[in-house]
Design a protein around this ligand. Sequence first.
Ligand SMILES: C[S@@+](CC[C@H](N)C(=O)[O-])C[C@H]1O[C@@H](n2cnc3c(N)ncnc32)[C@H](O)[C@@H]1O
Length: 264
Amino acid sequence: MKEKSIALSLESWGIIDSIPGWLSHSAADFSYRIMQAGLFRETPGALVEIGVFKGKYLALIGHASHGQGRYLVGLDGFLAGPNQPLESRWVDSAKSEIESNVRMAEVTALECLILHRTNSNDLSPSLFKAMINDTIAFLSIDAGHEAEDVFNDMRISTELLASNGIIAADDIFNPAVPGVAEGFCAFMSSGMGKKFAPFANCGNKVFLCRAESHGTYIELVREILEEGAEQSEYIEKSLEHINKNASIGFSPKMFGWQVIPLLY
Ligand SMILES: C[S@@+](CC[C@H](N)C(=O)[O-])C[C@H]1O[C@@H](n2cnc3c(N)ncnc32)[C@H](O)[C@@H]1O
Protein backbone atom coordinates (compact mmCIF):
# COMPACT_ATOMS: atom_id res chain seq x y z
CA MET A 1 0.00 0.00 0.00
CA LYS A 2 1.30 3.47 -0.88
CA GLU A 3 2.13 5.72 2.01
CA LYS A 4 1.49 9.43 2.31
CA SER A 5 4.68 11.40 1.92
CA ILE A 6 4.98 13.83 4.82
CA ALA A 7 6.54 17.23 4.14
CA LEU A 8 8.76 19.11 6.57
CA SER A 9 6.53 21.84 8.02
CA LEU A 10 7.40 25.45 7.25
CA GLU A 11 7.52 26.11 10.97
CA SER A 12 10.13 23.39 11.55
CA TRP A 13 12.11 24.50 8.51
CA GLY A 14 12.09 28.06 9.88
CA ILE A 15 13.67 26.80 13.11
CA ILE A 16 16.23 24.58 11.39
CA ASP A 17 17.07 27.24 8.83
CA SER A 18 17.91 29.66 11.64
CA ILE A 19 20.80 27.38 12.72
CA PRO A 20 24.06 28.37 11.01
CA GLY A 21 25.37 25.77 8.58
CA TRP A 22 24.80 24.33 5.15
CA LEU A 23 21.45 22.81 4.19
CA SER A 24 19.05 23.59 1.36
CA HIS A 25 15.32 23.42 1.90
CA SER A 26 14.99 20.67 -0.73
CA ALA A 27 17.62 18.45 0.96
CA ALA A 28 15.98 19.04 4.34
CA ASP A 29 12.50 18.27 3.04
CA PHE A 30 13.59 15.21 1.07
CA SER A 31 15.55 13.83 4.06
CA TYR A 32 12.52 14.41 6.26
CA ARG A 33 10.13 12.71 3.85
CA ILE A 34 12.31 9.65 3.44
CA MET A 35 12.82 9.34 7.21
CA GLN A 36 9.07 9.57 7.79
CA ALA A 37 8.41 6.57 5.54
CA GLY A 38 7.53 3.27 7.21
CA LEU A 39 10.55 1.60 5.62
CA PHE A 40 12.92 3.90 7.48
CA ARG A 41 10.88 4.08 10.68
CA GLU A 42 11.12 0.29 10.94
CA THR A 43 14.89 0.34 10.43
CA PRO A 44 16.68 -0.04 13.75
CA GLY A 45 19.72 1.97 14.71
CA ALA A 46 21.17 5.32 15.62
CA LEU A 47 21.30 8.58 13.68
CA VAL A 48 24.93 9.56 13.19
CA GLU A 49 26.63 12.58 11.67
CA ILE A 50 30.36 12.97 11.10
CA GLY A 51 30.92 16.73 10.79
CA VAL A 52 28.31 18.59 12.81
CA PHE A 53 29.43 22.25 12.84
CA LYS A 54 26.53 24.00 14.68
CA GLY A 55 24.11 21.09 14.34
CA LYS A 56 21.91 22.18 11.44
CA TYR A 57 21.53 18.80 9.70
CA LEU A 58 21.83 16.95 13.01
CA ALA A 59 18.78 18.93 14.18
CA LEU A 60 16.92 17.99 10.99
CA ILE A 61 17.59 14.26 11.25
CA GLY A 62 16.80 14.34 14.97
CA HIS A 63 13.56 16.16 14.24
CA ALA A 64 12.65 13.67 11.51
CA SER A 65 13.03 10.84 14.03
CA HIS A 66 11.01 12.51 16.75
CA GLY A 67 9.37 9.86 18.92
CA GLN A 68 11.43 6.98 17.55
CA GLY A 69 13.70 6.78 20.61
CA ARG A 70 16.91 6.68 18.65
CA TYR A 71 20.34 7.83 19.67
CA LEU A 72 21.47 10.97 17.86
CA VAL A 73 25.25 10.95 17.70
CA GLY A 74 27.43 13.76 16.36
CA LEU A 75 31.19 13.52 15.82
CA ASP A 76 33.20 16.64 15.20
CA GLY A 77 36.82 17.65 15.58
CA PHE A 78 35.70 21.06 16.92
CA LEU A 79 38.20 22.83 14.77
CA ALA A 80 39.11 26.50 14.72
CA GLY A 81 40.23 26.10 11.08
CA PRO A 82 41.54 23.37 8.77
CA ASN A 83 43.71 21.04 10.92
CA GLN A 84 43.56 23.56 13.76
CA PRO A 85 41.89 22.19 16.89
CA LEU A 86 39.74 24.57 18.88
CA GLU A 87 41.31 25.31 22.27
CA SER A 88 39.92 22.86 24.86
CA ARG A 89 38.46 25.67 26.96
CA TRP A 90 36.05 26.53 24.10
CA VAL A 91 34.85 23.00 23.42
CA ASP A 92 32.17 22.85 26.14
CA SER A 93 30.56 26.04 24.93
CA ALA A 94 30.72 24.79 21.32
CA LYS A 95 28.95 21.59 22.44
CA SER A 96 26.35 23.60 24.38
CA GLU A 97 25.65 25.66 21.30
CA ILE A 98 24.97 22.51 19.28
CA GLU A 99 22.78 21.13 22.06
CA SER A 100 20.69 24.27 22.25
CA ASN A 101 20.37 24.41 18.44
CA VAL A 102 19.26 20.79 18.32
CA ARG A 103 16.90 21.31 21.26
CA MET A 104 15.03 24.01 19.32
CA ALA A 105 14.15 21.47 16.64
CA GLU A 106 12.22 19.07 18.90
CA VAL A 107 14.39 16.04 18.33
CA THR A 108 13.89 12.38 19.09
CA ALA A 109 14.84 12.65 22.78
CA LEU A 110 17.45 15.07 23.92
CA GLU A 111 18.86 12.72 26.53
CA CYS A 112 19.79 10.53 23.56
CA LEU A 113 22.02 13.24 22.04
CA ILE A 114 25.70 12.35 22.23
CA LEU A 115 28.45 14.64 20.94
CA HIS A 116 31.99 13.33 20.57
CA ARG A 117 35.03 15.45 20.03
CA THR A 118 37.19 13.44 17.70
CA ASN A 119 39.22 13.83 14.55
CA SER A 120 37.67 11.15 12.35
CA ASN A 121 41.01 10.60 10.62
CA ASP A 122 42.27 9.15 13.91
CA LEU A 123 39.53 6.48 13.95
CA SER A 124 39.65 2.93 12.67
CA PRO A 125 36.45 1.03 11.85
CA SER A 126 36.71 -0.77 15.21
CA LEU A 127 37.22 2.45 17.23
CA PHE A 128 34.28 3.99 15.41
CA LYS A 129 32.16 0.92 16.10
CA ALA A 130 33.02 1.06 19.80
CA MET A 131 32.10 4.74 19.87
CA ILE A 132 28.69 4.27 18.25
CA ASN A 133 27.87 0.94 19.92
CA ASP A 134 24.82 0.37 17.70
CA THR A 135 23.89 -0.16 14.08
CA ILE A 136 23.27 3.02 12.11
CA ALA A 137 19.90 3.80 10.56
CA PHE A 138 20.92 7.18 9.15
CA LEU A 139 24.48 8.32 8.51
CA SER A 140 25.46 11.82 7.38
CA ILE A 141 29.01 12.32 6.15
CA ASP A 142 30.01 15.98 6.15
CA ALA A 143 33.35 16.42 7.94
CA GLY A 144 36.69 16.97 6.19
CA HIS A 145 36.32 17.92 2.52
CA GLU A 146 39.61 16.58 1.14
CA ALA A 147 39.60 13.30 -0.81
CA GLU A 148 41.41 11.40 1.99
CA ASP A 149 38.94 12.68 4.62
CA VAL A 150 35.88 11.56 2.70
CA PHE A 151 37.39 8.19 1.84
CA ASN A 152 38.33 7.67 5.49
CA ASP A 153 34.94 8.75 6.87
CA MET A 154 33.15 6.33 4.55
CA ARG A 155 35.64 3.57 5.33
CA ILE A 156 35.23 3.78 9.12
CA SER A 157 31.46 4.21 9.26
CA THR A 158 29.53 2.56 6.43
CA GLU A 159 30.04 -0.99 7.67
CA LEU A 160 27.68 -0.19 10.58
CA LEU A 161 24.78 0.75 8.30
CA ALA A 162 21.61 -1.21 9.09
CA SER A 163 19.98 -3.32 6.44
CA ASN A 164 17.59 -0.56 5.25
CA GLY A 165 19.73 2.28 6.54
CA ILE A 166 20.48 5.47 4.61
CA ILE A 167 23.70 7.41 4.00
CA ALA A 168 23.63 11.11 3.08
CA ALA A 169 26.99 12.02 1.58
CA ASP A 170 27.43 15.77 1.39
CA ASP A 171 28.97 18.04 -1.23
CA ILE A 172 29.73 15.37 -3.81
CA PHE A 173 28.77 17.78 -6.60
CA ASN A 174 30.04 20.97 -4.98
CA PRO A 175 32.57 22.57 -7.37
CA ALA A 176 34.14 24.46 -4.45
CA VAL A 177 35.38 21.20 -2.86
CA PRO A 178 36.37 18.83 -5.69
CA GLY A 179 38.26 16.52 -3.33
CA VAL A 180 34.92 15.33 -1.95
CA ALA A 181 33.97 13.81 -5.32
CA GLU A 182 37.45 12.28 -5.58
CA GLY A 183 37.25 10.62 -2.15
CA PHE A 184 33.66 9.50 -2.68
CA CYS A 185 34.42 7.95 -6.08
CA ALA A 186 37.54 6.24 -4.72
CA PHE A 187 35.47 4.68 -1.94
CA MET A 188 32.63 3.66 -4.25
CA SER A 189 35.10 2.02 -6.64
CA SER A 190 36.76 0.07 -3.83
CA GLY A 191 35.64 -3.35 -2.60
CA MET A 192 34.02 -1.65 0.44
CA GLY A 193 32.01 0.75 -1.74
CA LYS A 194 30.54 -2.01 -3.87
CA LYS A 195 28.23 -2.90 -1.00
CA PHE A 196 26.45 0.46 -1.31
CA ALA A 197 24.26 2.01 -3.96
CA PRO A 198 23.32 5.63 -4.58
CA PHE A 199 19.58 6.02 -5.22
CA ALA A 200 18.87 9.77 -5.19
CA ASN A 201 20.61 13.09 -5.10
CA CYS A 202 19.18 16.29 -3.79
CA GLY A 203 20.62 19.65 -2.80
CA ASN A 204 24.30 18.66 -2.73
CA LYS A 205 23.61 15.39 -0.94
CA VAL A 206 23.83 11.96 -2.53
CA PHE A 207 21.66 9.39 -0.77
CA LEU A 208 22.83 5.79 -0.62
CA CYS A 209 21.65 2.53 0.85
CA ARG A 210 22.97 -1.01 0.95
CA ALA A 211 23.07 -2.52 -2.55
CA GLU A 212 20.33 -5.02 -1.72
CA SER A 213 17.92 -2.20 -0.69
CA HIS A 214 18.41 -0.17 -3.88
CA GLY A 215 15.20 -1.30 -5.63
CA THR A 216 13.17 -0.68 -2.48
CA TYR A 217 14.50 2.86 -2.09
CA ILE A 218 13.99 3.68 -5.78
CA GLU A 219 10.37 2.60 -5.32
CA LEU A 220 10.03 4.75 -2.19
CA VAL A 221 11.51 7.84 -3.88
CA ARG A 222 9.08 7.39 -6.77
CA GLU A 223 6.21 7.33 -4.28
CA ILE A 224 7.58 10.47 -2.58
CA LEU A 225 7.75 12.21 -5.95
CA GLU A 226 4.20 11.27 -6.89
CA GLU A 227 2.82 12.20 -3.47
CA GLY A 228 4.86 15.35 -3.04
CA ALA A 229 4.47 16.94 -6.47
CA GLU A 230 1.40 18.91 -5.43
CA GLN A 231 3.00 20.02 -2.16
CA SER A 232 6.50 21.13 -3.13
CA GLU A 233 7.75 23.09 -6.10
CA TYR A 234 11.14 21.36 -6.16
CA ILE A 235 9.44 17.94 -6.35
CA GLU A 236 7.11 19.13 -9.11
CA LYS A 237 10.11 20.42 -11.10
CA SER A 238 12.06 17.22 -10.45
CA LEU A 239 9.18 15.08 -11.62
CA GLU A 240 8.87 17.09 -14.82
CA HIS A 241 12.60 16.62 -15.42
CA ILE A 242 12.43 12.88 -14.68
CA ASN A 243 9.45 12.45 -17.01
CA LYS A 244 11.33 14.28 -19.78
CA ASN A 245 14.30 11.97 -19.24
CA ALA A 246 11.99 8.94 -19.41
CA SER A 247 10.42 10.19 -22.64
CA ILE A 248 13.84 10.08 -24.35
CA GLY A 249 14.79 6.82 -22.67
CA PHE A 250 17.44 8.32 -20.37
CA SER A 251 17.86 7.10 -16.79
CA PRO A 252 20.74 8.72 -14.80
CA LYS A 253 23.13 6.29 -13.14
CA MET A 254 26.16 6.35 -10.83
CA PHE A 255 28.41 3.31 -10.49
CA GLY A 256 25.83 1.39 -12.51
CA TRP A 257 22.95 2.19 -10.12
CA GLN A 258 19.88 4.17 -11.10
CA VAL A 259 19.86 7.50 -9.26
CA ILE A 260 16.78 9.71 -9.09
CA PRO A 261 17.80 13.35 -9.44
CA LEU A 262 15.91 15.94 -7.43
CA LEU A 263 16.32 19.50 -8.59
CA TYR A 264 16.70 22.39 -6.19
C1 LIG B 1 30.76 21.55 6.53
S1 LIG B 1 30.85 21.48 8.24
C2 LIG B 1 29.49 20.47 8.68
C3 LIG B 1 28.17 21.12 8.44
C4 LIG B 1 27.02 20.48 9.15
N1 LIG B 1 26.81 19.11 8.75
C5 LIG B 1 25.75 21.29 9.03
O1 LIG B 1 24.68 20.68 9.04
O2 LIG B 1 25.82 22.52 8.92
C6 LIG B 1 32.21 20.43 8.55
C7 LIG B 1 32.45 20.10 10.00
O3 LIG B 1 33.34 18.99 10.04
C8 LIG B 1 34.31 19.20 11.03
N2 LIG B 1 35.52 18.46 10.61
C9 LIG B 1 36.36 18.74 9.59
N3 LIG B 1 37.33 17.81 9.51
C10 LIG B 1 37.09 16.92 10.48
C11 LIG B 1 37.74 15.72 10.92
N4 LIG B 1 38.83 15.24 10.31
N5 LIG B 1 37.21 15.05 11.96
C12 LIG B 1 36.10 15.49 12.59
N6 LIG B 1 35.46 16.62 12.23
C13 LIG B 1 35.94 17.33 11.20
C14 LIG B 1 34.50 20.70 11.14
O4 LIG B 1 34.93 21.03 12.45
C15 LIG B 1 33.09 21.22 10.82
O5 LIG B 1 32.36 21.41 12.00
